[in-house]
Design a protein around this ligand. Structure first.
Ligand SMILES: C[S@@+](CC[C@H](N)C(=O)[O-])C[C@H]1O[C@@H](n2cnc3c(N)ncnc32)[C@H](O)[C@@H]1O
Length: 375
C-alpha cells in the first residue's frame, strides 16, 4: 500500500472485513490528517489536481455577489448571513466580499459571511486571504447547530465531493460494490454484496428510468445529500435560498446508456484516473450530482425549486455587463471557460431553492431558461 490512508483502510478491512465503497471513499477523502481533502498540502487550481470556477476568474465570484444582492432584496434587506460550505482556498468568498465592499456598500454592511471548512490548513489559508474582511467573516464548525436569520447557503462543487455508494445490476438484482483487500501488498478488490441500506434500492426505484437499471449497469447513490438537505433546511429561522453549483444531470439524463459505468472519476494533476483504488489520498474522487434527487428531496424538506439551468446560461442571464467592463483579451478567454458550451458553462449546472414565507421568488439568472419542471 503506497499511501498512509490506503494502509489505514487496508488495516480496517483486514480487521472488519470488506466495507462499502461509500466508506472507502469517505476515508480516502476525509480521514483526519490522511484523506485527500484533509492534508496540510491540499491544493486546488493550477498547482493542484483540478480547477473550479473561482480559480478560473474573479468574475465568477462577482456574479455570485450580484446574485446575493438580488436575494437580499427579495428577502427584504436587513441583516443577512451567507454560509459557504466547503470553500476550498476561499477565492469565492474573497471575490464576493471584495465586490460588495467596492460596489454594494449597504449589503456589505448587512452581510455576515460564514465558512465551513474541514481542513485546518485550508482554514488558515482562508483566514490570511480574507484578512481584509475580518469583521465580516466567521468560521463555523458544521452546518447543523447554530441557527441564523435569513440568508443564503452557497455550495460550489461541494456535493460532488460527498461519498457515494456504488451499485450494479447483476442478473436482475441490484447489488452493492464492497471493497476488500487481498493483503497489504496486492491491494484492494471489489466484491458484490446485498445492499447495505434499503434506501439505496428505493433511490434507484425512484430515479432510474422505469424504476430499474439495465443488466450490468453500474452507478452511484449519494445518500449524504439527503442528510445535507435536512441540515440545510434547519439552519435559517427566516426565508433563505440554497445556491448549488455543480456538475451533474437531471435523473432522466443521469441514467442514460452512455453512463452505464457511472460518473465516478478521480483527478490527479489535471488528469482523469478511472481506477479509484490506484492512489487513494493523492487524488480527488468525485461523482456527478443527481439534480432530480436534490430537487425532490429538497421539496420534502420544504424547499421549492426557484431555478435550474446550465452555469453559462445562468451567468449571462444574471447580467454580466458591469463585471466585464474592464477586462482585457486574456481575461475574456478565461471568462469564456465559465460560459461557453463545452466548458464549465455547460457541464456545471446552477440550482436555486427557496424556503420561507410568501410566493416563490423569481430570480434573474433563470429568466432565459428554467428547467425546474423537468427535474
Ligand atoms: C471540489 S472541492 C471544491 C472547493 C471550492 N468550493 C471550490 O469551488 O474551489 C470540495 C470541497 O468540499 C469540502 N467538503 C466536503 N464535504 C464537506 C462538509 N460536510 N463540510 C464542509 N466541507 C466539505 C471538501 O473538503 C472540499 O474542500
Amino acid at each position: 500500500m503506497e499511501t498512509p490512508i490506503a494502509q489505514k483502510i487496508a488495516e480496517r478491512i483486514l480487521k472488519e472485513g470488506p466495507i462499502t465503497f461509500a466508506e472507502f471513499m469517505k476515508m480516502a477523502l476525509y480521514e483526519p490528517g490522511l484523506g485527500y481533502y484533509m492534508q496540510p498540502e491540499t491544493e486546488i487550481g493550477k498547482a493542484g489536481d483540478f480547477y473550479t470556477s473561482p480559480h478560473l476568474h474573479p468574475v465568477f465570484g462577482q456574479m455570485i455577489a450580484k446574485q446575493l444582492e438580488e436575494m437580499w432584496l427579495l428577502l427584504g434587506k436587513g441583516p443577512m448571513t451567507a454560509i459557504e460550505q466547503g470553500p476550498g482556498k476561499g477565492f469565492l468568498a474573497k471575490d464576493i466580499l471584495d465586490y460588495l465592499k467596492d460596489k454594494k456598500e449597504e449589503l456589505y454592511e448587512a452581510i455576515t459571511y460564514q465558512m465551513i471548512e474541514l481542513n485546518p490548513a485550508l482554514k488558515g489559508f482562508q483566514k490570511n486571504l480574507l484578512s481584509g474582511h475580518q469583521e465580516k467573516v466567521r468560521w463555523r464548525e458544521r452546518l447543523s447547530g447554530e441557527r441564523v436569520g435569513k440568508g443564503v447557503l452557497l455550495a460550489n462543487e461541494l456535493l460532488d465531493a460527498f461519498p457515494v455508494h456504488l451499485v450494479q445490476m447483476i442478473k436482475g438484482s441490484l447489488m452493492e460494490v464492497n471493497v476488500g483487500v487481498f493483503d497489504e501488498e496486492k491491494g484492494f478488490y471489489e466484491a458484490l454484496a446485498p445492499l447495505s441500506e434499503a434506501e439505496i434500492g428505493e433511490y434507484i426505484k425512484e430515479f432510474a428510468p422505469e424504476g430499474r437499471l439495465p443488466e450490468g449497469y453500474r452507478t452511484e447513490v449519494d445518500l449524504d445529500m439527503r442528510l445535507w438537505l435536512q441540515e440545510a433546511g434547519a439552519v435559517f429561522n427566516e426565508g433563505f435560498f440554497l445556491l448549488i453549483i455543480d456538475y451533474g444531470y437531471p435523473a432522466w439524463d443521469y441514467y442514460g446508456p452512455e453512463r452505464n459505468r457511472g460518473t465516478l472519476l478521480c483527478y490527479q494533476r489535471h488528469r482523469v484516473i478511472e481506477n479509484p483504488y490506484q492512489d487513494p489520498g493523492r487524488m480527488d474522487m468525485t461523482a456527478h450530482v443527481n439534480f432530480s434527487a436534490l430537487a425532490r428531496w429538497g421539496e420534502r424538506e420544504g424547499f421549492k425549486c426557484a431555478g435550474f439551468c446550465p452555469q453559462g446560461t445562468y451567468l449571462v442571464s444574471l447580467g454580466m455587463e458591469d463585471v466585464l467592463e474592464d477586462l482585457g483579451q486574456e481575461d475574456i478567454l478565461k471568462v469564456k471557460g465559465l460560459l461557453l458550451p463545452g466548458t464549465m458553462g455547460q457541464t456545471h449546472k446552477v440550482m436555486a431553492m427557496y424556503k420561507g414565507p410568501g410566493e416563490l421568488p423569481k430570480l434573474r439568472g433563470f429568466q432565459m431558461r428554467n428547467q425546474c419542471r423537468v427535474l
